[in-house]
Design a protein around this ligand. Structure first.
Ligand code: N01
Length: 541
């Protein structure tokens, strides 16, 4: 069990074996796993309860675009049997209910300090311990520190002057109010047309008096084709969970989505068209499962992009609006592909207006009354930001992390994140990340990755304890090797060709580039397993 001492200043120092930062799916599993290993664990979470991004993202229409069978834990056969998903793609309230169910069932809340943020973490070389300080002034000491801070947890406001001037209701998708919000009869503006904006627009467009969508870069979105799960199917799914999980672990996406090795141009044009029509009918991310080279063959990618553009043209009645909604200038799937339910149809409603901020009306400022573009002022009662996150590294960089020899993570990563396997960074012993930068996070199922990462960390801890080591960190050579591999894979991927949070382009001054591992989850797992054979890339003390 953890215990507390008084420090010199008279404040309380809590001591434990493992500090876990975050109560999203990664942090929750970490708390469970290390507790089951007999360790004392203290978790710290900024939100008022468990759920991570699903605790905060309560905006209308919030829903996961991975199937619920994929987007759930695989470590507990009991939980798999006890929990029943109602839809193929679950909505935020159901996902949050699931997180709460798991927390109750495994008694995870007892370990957490909620409404509390870690503001600094410092490695003490003499004691081989991390010392974390929270915004409540508490100090926690432990040999191990797990950063389950999430790739999408630091909201990003748009870089538009005048945000504070707006006198109407200003809402941020990433920290949506807990109370119900009414849109009825209101003039609502939305800035942001990524996955979040698309979900909000298709929902609020049907409720608001008038909806103005301020679109800078249009996203490609594909039909979700969500459905209720029939009880007979749920029974089948529960019976086959073990083999489904096994398949997920061996899949590049960390999910059950089929993958294809079929090159686009291996089929004659009419059969390619047929395959695309079928993918459109099937919905979800099935395009990526229909052809194997869409992210490396630009011409193949463009043909699929043009197919989707033609579908937009079929749905949207006003030709100018349809044209403005058609994404151009970057490869399809290089910006996070979205899944929607009637998104393009929303623009056929008389109260929904697209403001094309890319090829017409640039946003100049936010005013007391609304949004001023180069064409004039839009008066609004409510303005919604769906403008994304300081992603991948933002949450870790928001903590003042100091490693060996006083080196700060924000200095070490000033030109970009550097890790070994996305799990650890040289100079920061015993600090682990789940879904960390330079891993496959964002390109594969986050819950599968989190479970994998926590299990891998647990194995390393067991190895250290079996050998009497108190500190472990990757060697610089291992880190260099990993970063070289990440860069080599990235150089082939079309993902680098769009300006998105995936490449750090959405935050001013952030180092740019594709530094996620693009080799797929199954290969990532194999790389991590290879390291765990002898930990040749590690230095132990
Ligand atoms: O954020 P984003 P998000 N003026 O960064 C616009 C996951 N997710 O919250 O591209 C005008 O993708 C910006 O425009 P531009 C998923 O992984 C999943 O939507 O910079 N516009 C862009 O349109 C996703 O990728 C699910 O030109 C401005 C938008 O804001 C990730 O979260 C649901 C602007 C930001 O898009 C993040 O998605 C929701 C400005 N000054 C989220 N500044 C599902 O599972 C920014 N924008 C379904």
């Amino acid at each position: 069990m953890s215990h507390s001492d008084a420090n010199n200043a008279g404040d309380t120092i809590s001591k434990c074996d493992v500090i876990v930062v975050g109560a999203g799916f990664g942090g929750m599993y970490a708390v469970y796993k290390f507790r089951e290993m007999g360790k004392s664990v203290i978790g710290v979470e900024g939100g008022g309860d468990v759920g991570g991004v699903w605790y905060w993202n309560r905006y209308p229409g919030a829903r996961c675009d991975l199937m619920s069978v994929d987007y759930s834990y695989g470590f507990s056969p009991e939980i798999e049997q006890e929990w029943t998903w109602s839809e193929q793609f679950a909505a935020q309230p159901e996902i949050l209910a699931y997180a709460n169910f798991v927390a109750d069932r495994l008694k995870l809340r007892d370990h957490y300090r909620f409404n509390t943020r870690v503001v600094s973490a410092e490695w003490n070389e003499k004691t081989s311990k991390w010392r974390a300080t929270t915004d409540a002034g508490d100090v926690i000491e432990a040999p191990y520190c797990i950063m389950s801070t999430g790739p999408l947890s630091i909201p990003k406001d748009p870089d538009i002057p005048g945000i504070d001037a707006f006198k109407g209701e200003l809402l941020r998708a990433q920290i949506w109010p807990h109370e119900p919000v009414s849109f009825e009869g209101k003039r609502v503006g939305v800035i942001g047309t990524g996955s979040t904006g698309i979900q909000i627009i298709q929902e609020v467009g049907r409720q608001a008096g008038e909806l103005y969508v301020f679109q800078r870069t249009p996203s490609f979105t594909l039909p979700m084709r969500n459905r209720a799960l029939e009880p007979e199917y749920v029974v089948e799914m529960k019976r086959h969970y073990r083999s489904l999980r096994e398949a997920m672990r061996n899949n590049p996406t960390g999910g059950t989505r089929p993958v294809s090795s079929r090159p686009f141009f291996s089929l004659p044009p009419d059969q390619r068209k047929e395959a695309m029509e079928q993918a459109w009918i099937n919905g979800g991310h099935t395009f990526l499962g229909s052809f194997g080279d869409l992210m490396i063959n630009e011409e193949a990618n463009e043909q699929v992009a043009e197919f989707v553009r033609s579908k937009i043209g079929d749905v949207v009645e006003d030709p100018a609006t349809a044209e403005a909604l058609k994404p151009r200038g970057y490869p399809i799937f290089a910006r996070r592909p979205c899944l929607d339910t009637g998104y393009y149809e929303t623009y056929n409603l008389p109260n929904v207006h697209l403001v094309d901020c890319l090829n017409g009306e640039e946003i100049i400022e936010i005013t007391e009354k609304g949004v001023r573009t180069s064409a004039g002022e839009y008066e609004l009662d409510m303005l919604i930001f769906a403008t994304g996150y300081d992603a991948l590294t933002g949450a870790l960089m928001a903590i003042d992390v100091t490693g060996r020899d006083g080196v700060k993570i924000k200095d070490k990563w000033a030109s970009g994140s550097r890790t070994h396997l996305g799990l650890m960074t040289e100079g920061f012993p015993n600090m682990f990340m789940t879904c960390g930068p330079n891993g496959p996070a964002a390109l594969a199922n986050i819950i599968t990755i989190s479970e994998h990462d926590v299990d891998w960390i647990a194995d390393l801890m067991s190895h250290m304890e079996a050998n009497g080591y108190s500190a472990a960190e990757p060697t610089l050579a291992a880190e260099d090797g990993w970063m070289d591999l990440v860069a080599a894979l990235a150089s082939r991927s079309l993902v680098r060709k769009a300006k998105t949070w995936w490449v750090g382009a959405n935050v001013k001054g952030k180092p740019q580039g594709l530094t996620m591992y693009t080799g797929g989850f199954a290969n990532y797992r194999a790389e991590c397993a290879k390291e765990a054979i002898d930990y040749a890339g590690f230095r132990f003390d």
